[in-house]
Design a protein around this ligand. Structure first.
Ligand code: SF4
Length: 425
């Protein structure tokens, strides 16, 4: 029997497979266990050798490795490729989190960030509030202003339309561009926005104030979008639309952050195919600055409150295969706060970036998971044999690449730029 979502919240109907195994697909762990023994050791060894060469692996090899490789061999291969290209440096960005609006027209099954309009609340942060948070971030040494927000709330909420109209805008993305410009001009922080789907006209406008932009692909499988799935009632999570935004960003030479969400009901093949879809676009445009591999975390009060979370091994396997798929140049990131005390295990799987860490604001997307203190992160990273370095919201390899940084952003970028393209101390 397939799972059924009870809209009122955290209930589920018992099923023979995981409730998040859509259309009867067994979940990732069970599928891997059932496939054990079907691949020959020599095929797996060949795939590992190809991966260690660092030039990228094929779809077939990625599938073999994610499902059949012995974990320690897979991790060693990914770590070796990372060490050869990135050395023992792990980066992070000191950021302040600006949740411009929690209103969103989508209803993703795992999200606690989104909200419908409340009688006593305003739909968006005002420009004064935005500046106050950004300024507090600047004083705390942040260099990135991360704008995170719901997707196109004006499409369904009159409250959003009324607020925007009062400020002289029709659309959230126009207001976002104005707030990014304000923060850049008034504080010198480098904006990085993550507003959901962005048509080309908005990408172009946002590039005038943002040093980079982001949109998680999450998953390339349309299956996740079907009724009852994690992306049910989320029109902005149609994979082809998200791939279109990522492609448009490539055409416009925008340093772009994307990635996948692990454990929301996708199969191993779909996970690999999502990574390959990102690789295809990067091979075409060369604009993906980092790939995030983020584990799903079940949150009370959501439709997926009782859905199983991916295991640490599952996450490590996916990260390691991502490292081998993307070869040596790509920055691979996984956030430390989602693995609690075990986050050093992520380093074993070939990552070279911890993502954005805020010394003053919480992780609004995962409010239950506090970021580690930066000093503690540095200490633990060093204990594992790595050096923690602060980067900017644009990675060193993109910040001096012709055409990637708008002239209006350049002067602020130069002030924050330090040795090797990392953040100035
Ligand atoms: S995950 Fe993003 S798009 Fe989905 S409901 Fe939450 S804010 Fe909206």
């Amino acid at each position: 029997m397939h799972f059924v979502i009870i809209p009122s919240g955290a209930e589920r109907v018992c099923s023979e497979t995981s409730p998040w195994a859509i259309d009867g697909e067994p979940d990732f762990e069970r599928r891997r266990a059932s496939m054990k023994g079907l691949a020959s050791t020599s095929q797996v060894m060949t795939a590992l050798e190809r991966g260690i060469e660092g030039g990228g692996i094929s779809r077939g090899q990625a599938l073999l490795l994610i499902e059949h490789a012995e974990l320690s061999s897979l991790l060693r291969a990914a770590a070796a490729v990372r060490d050869r290209s990135k050395g023992r440096t792990v980066s992070y960005s000191k950021k302040v989190f600006i949740p411009l609006t929690h209103l969103c027209r989508d209803y993703c099954g795992y999200c606690t960030f989104r909200a419908d309009p409340a009688a006593d609340g305003q739909p968006f942060m005002t420009s004064q509030e935005v500046l106050a948070v950004a300024e507090a971030g600047r004083r705390a040494g942040c260099k990135e202003a991360l704008f995170s927000l719901g997707d196109q709330p004006e499409a369904i909420f009159p409250e959003a339309r009324a607020f925007l109209r009062k400020q002289g805008f029709e659309r959230t993305l126009e207001y976002l561009a104005a707030m990014g410009q304000l923060v850049l001009d008034q504080t010198g922080l480098l904006p990085h926005s993550n507003p959901g789907l962005m048509p080309a006209v908005d990408l172009r406008r946002l590039k005038e104030s943002n040093v980079s932009l982001g949109l998680m692909l999450e998953g390339a499988s349309p299956r996740l979008w079907r009724a009852g799935g994690p992306h049910w009632k989320a029109p902005d999570k149609v994979p082809s639309l998200r791939l279109q935004t990522i492609e448009d960003a490539g055409r416009l030479s925008i340093a772009f952050t994307t990635g996948i969400l692990v454990g929301i009901g996708e199969t191993a093949e779909e996970r690999v195919d999502s990574l390959l879809a990102i690789r295809d676009l990067h091979e075409k445009y060369g604009h993906i600055q980092e790939v995030i591999v983020q584990p799903f975390r079940a949150k009370p009060g959501t439709r997926m409150a009782l859905a199983p979370e991916p295991s640490t091994e599952d996450l490590q396997r996916t990260l390691a295969v991502a490292r081998l798929i993307f070869s040596r140049e790509m920055n691979i990131q996984s956030p430390p706060n989602l693995l609690s005390g075990d986050y050093l295990l992520l380093l074993e799987a070939g990552i070279n970036d911890w993502g954005g860490i805020s010394p003053i604001t919480k992780d609004f997307i995962n409010p239950e998971a506090a970021w580690p203190q930066i000093s503690l992160l540095a200490e633990k990273t060093a204990g594992a044999g790595f050096v923690l370095r602060e980067r900017l919201a644009i990675y060193p390899e993109f910040s001096s690449r012709p055409g990637f940084v708008d002239a209006r952003v350049q002067s602020c970028l130069q002030k924050l730029h330090g040795e090797g393209g990392y953040a100035r101390n």
